[in-house]
Design a protein around this ligand. Structure first.
Ligand SMILES: C[S@@+](CC[C@H](N)C(=O)[O-])C[C@H]1O[C@@H](n2cnc3c(N)ncnc32)[C@H](O)[C@@H]1O
Length: 459
C-alpha cells in the first residue's frame, strides 16, 4: 500500500509543503526552514537556519504542540474519536500497549485513510497527512540479498536477519488479530485486492525506528518537525530537544552554538550508539566515526557440553556478549558467558520440577543457590574460591569467539562490487567491516593482556 501510495502520489507530499501543514496545526518556527542542503542531499531534508543564529539569546527554534506528538498516550486519545483505530488497537492486545505497536498501527491506519480506494475507514486527524512527508529510509532491512552478503562477518548481518524474522512474525500476528474485523478483512486482507503486504510493515517499522526520540515526560515518540533534524555527535550537535512547561516539544540551540545563515541545525540520536546500531536504525554512519564503538557478538553453548539443553532451558539473558570501547581500551559485558563457562563438577546442577498446572520445568542451582535468574550467576561465582579459574575460562571463550569473527571478516575480504549493488549499502558495508575488524583485533589483544598474570577483570 505505502509503495503504491508513493508511486501514485496519494501518500507523498514535498517537503516545501511541510511548514504550512505544521503551522496550520499550531507548530511555530523561529528563523528556520526545512529542506535538503546543497551538496548533502544524501542526508535527506534537515533543519536549516534562515539567518545567523546565536545560541546565547534565542527563543526555541521550534515549538510543536503536545497534541501533535505521535506518542502512545496521544494515540489512545485519537482512538477515542476514531472507533476503527480503537478496534485495531483492541484486537492486537498487548502489542498496542507498547509505543512501537501503537505507532506502527496508527501509521498504517493513517495510510489506509489516505488511500483513495478506501471509504469510511477512520477519522482524519491532524496527523493523517504526516506520513506523506516521511521519506523511505534505506535501512538494511531494505537491502537486497547481494547487499546483505557484503555484511557477512559483521555483527550487522545476524542483527538484520533476526529483525526480518521478528518483523515477519509480528506481521503475521497483526494479520491474525485483525482479519476478523470487517473493514480490515475488506481493505487489508482480501485475497485479491487487499492493500497490506509485509512491505508495509517493514516501512512503518523503518519510519518509527529512524525517527523515534525519547522525550522527557512522554517517553519514546515521533515528534513531527523535530524529527526533521539530522544527527551530529559530540561538539557538532547544535541543538537539544525537550518538553516545555506545557508539555509541548521544543528545539533549542545549545548555549555554545552559533549557526550561520543556511547552516544545518542538528541534534544527537545518541552519541554512545555503535556503528552497527547506527546503520541498523538510521541507515547511515557519520563521516567522523572512526571506530565501531560497540558491538554484540552472539555465543553458543557448545554442542559437546552435556548440560547444553538444560542451560538453554534456564537461560534468562541474551546469548552473547557486548564489546565496547572504554577509554583507549576495549571492554566487554555479559551475563551469559558465565553460564557457558561452568559445569557440573564446578557446582552447577539441574532438577526437574512439577508445576501447579502439571507441566515439568527445569530448575537450575549453583551450589546451594537456586539460579532462577542468570544475571545473578556472576556474583555467586565472584564469591567462589575458583573465581580466577572461571574468569580465565571466560576470557578463552571470548578470545575463541572473537577469533572466529575475525576469520569470517577476513574470508569476506573486499568483495568485487556487482553493478546491482547500490552505492549507499556498498560504502556502509565496507566501512563497517573495516571498523569492526579493527575493534575486534584490538579486543583480541586487550584480552591477551588480561590472560597474563595476575588476572582478568571485566568491569
Ligand atoms: C529523524 S530523520 C531526519 C530527517 C530526514 N533527513 C528526513 O529527510 O526526513 C533520520 C534520517 O535522516 C538521515 N540522517 C540523519 N542524520 C544524518 C547524517 N548525519 N548523515 C546522513 N544521513 C543522516 C538518515 O537517513 C536517518 O535515517
Amino acid at each position: 500500500m505505502i509503495k503504491r501510495g508513493r508511486a501514485e502520489g496519494w501518500l507523498k507530499r514535498p517537503v516545501d509543503a511541510f511548514p504550512t501543514w505544521a503551522e496550520f496545526h499550531g507548530a511555530t518556527f523561529n528563523n528556520i526552514r526545512f529542506g535538503p542542503i546543497p551538496g548533502l542531499e544524501h542526508r535527506g531534508s534537515t533543519v536549516i537556519a534562515n539567518r545567523d543564529i546565536s545560541g546565547k539569546a534565542e527563543e526555541p527554534l521550534m515549538t510543536v504542540p503536545k497534541d501533535l506528538i505521535v506518542s502512545k498516550q496521544n494515540i489512545e486519545l485519537f482512538a477515542k474519536a476514531d472507533h476503527r483505530l480503537r478496534e485495531v488497537l483492541d484486537a492486537i492486545g498487548e502489542f498496542a500497549q507498547t509505543t512501537r505497536g501503537a505507532v506502527l498501527t496508527f501509521l498504517l491506519v493513517q495510510a489506509t485513510i489516505c488511500c483513495p480506494a478506501t471509504k469510511d475507514v477512520g477519522n482524519l486527524s491532524p496527523l493523517t497527512e504526516y506520513i506523506k512527508f516521511l521519506p523511505d529510509e534505506l535501512l538494511p532491512t531494505f537491502w537486497t540479498e547481494e547487499e546483505l552478503a557484503l555484511l557477512t562477518g559483521s555483527t550487522l548481518r545476524p542483527a538484520v536477519r533476526a529483525k526480518l524474522n521478528s518483523l515477519l512474525r509480528e506481521f503475521e500476528i497483526f494479520r491474525a488479530a485483525t482479519e476478523e474485523i470487517a473493514w480490515c478483512a475488506k481493505y487489508w486482507w482480501d485475497e485479491d485486492n487487499g492493500l497490506l503486504e509485509f512491505d508495509d510493515w517493514m516501512r512503518v517499522d523503518a519510519m518509527y525506528r529512524s525517527r523515534a526520540l525519547e522525550f522527557p515526560g512522554v517517553g519514546d515518540c515521533m515528534v513531527p518537525c523535530i524529527d526533521m533534524a539530522n544527527h551530529a555527535s559530540g561538539e557538532a550537535t547544535s541543538a537539544l530537544y525537550e518538553t516545555d512547561d506545557d508539555g509541548n516539544a521544543v528545539l533549542i540551540l545549545r548555549d555554545c552554538k552559533d549557526i550561520p545563515k543556511d547552516g544545518e541545525i542538528t541534534i544527537t540520536y545518541g552519541d554512545d550508539k555503535g556503528a552497527t546500531e547506527n546503520i541498523f536504525s538510521y541507515g547511515f554512519l557519520e563521516e567522523s566515526v572512526a571506530s565501531a564503538r560497540a558491538m554484540f557478538l552472539d555465543l553458543e553453548i557448545p554442542d559437546d557440553d552435556p548440560l547444553s539443553p538444560a542451560k538453554k532451558a534456564v537461560c534468562t539473558v541474551a546469548p552473547g556478549f557486548r564489546l565496547y570501547e572504554k577509554g583507549d581500551k576495549t571492554s566487554w559485558e555479559s551475563d551469559f558467558v558465565w553460564l557457558v563457562a561452568i559445569n557440573e563438577e564446578d557446582g552447577l546442577d539441574f532438577k526437574l520440577r512439577q508445576t501447579v498446572d502439571g507441566q515439568r520445568e527445569v530448575q537450575a542451582f549453583w551450589k546451594e543457590h537456586e539460579l532462577d535468574d542468570t544475571t545473578r550467576l556472576r556474583s555467586y561465582l565472584e564469591a567462589d574460591t575458583l573465581w580466577d579459574v572461571y574468569q580465565l575460562r571466560v576470557v578463552f571463550l571470548l578470545q575463541g569467539r572473537i577469533d572466529a569473527q575475525l576469520h569470517r571478516l577476513q574470508e569476506t575480504g573486499n568483495p568485487e562490487r556487482v553493478a546491482s549493488v547500490r552505492d549507499g549499502p556498498w560504502r556502509l558495508a565496507e566501512r563497517l567491516r573495516g571498523l569492526e575488524f579493527t575493534m575486534l583485533d584490538k579486543a583480541r589483544s586487550d584480552l591477551e593482556d588480561q590472560v597474563s598474570p595476575p588476572h582478568v577483570a571485566p568491569s
